[in-house]
Design a protein. Sequence first.
Length: 151
Amino acid sequence: MTTDTEHSTYLPAGLPAPRPLVDGLDTAFWEAAARHELVVQRCNACNGFQFGPEWICHHCRSFDLDWQRVSGKGRIYSWERVWHPVHPALKNACPYMVVLVELPDAGNVRMVGNLLGDPLQQVDIGADVEAVFEDHPGEECTLVQWRLVGA
Ligand SMILES: [Zn+2]
């Protein structure tokens, strides 16, 4: 298993790459990731954050939503060590780590990603993590992954 160097990926090749939705709802997120920036949807009416993106604010029902760049600093809200491959490409990639990361500077919205590094590492709830932008040049895609701060 590899980590976050420029041309390696946490999970093996062969998985379907995420694509921006055809309606444009999440285009800003993927474009920002390609620039190695993390953005979260924010409401211009009530300043509330939300993720994943929606056409309407979950807090006040305004349609006046925008995107705000955030620090990429987070903390582990939950995690899972995956032992069973859910796709043929993952046959020899287990175990791997999936984390649910909370973003304190974005209203504690949560994002799912992989936790880079040793898949058998000990993981503490509340541990500080930071976003890592994993480029997939052949698939024109950049994934947001996570690593422990100081790791
Ligand atoms: Zn709102």
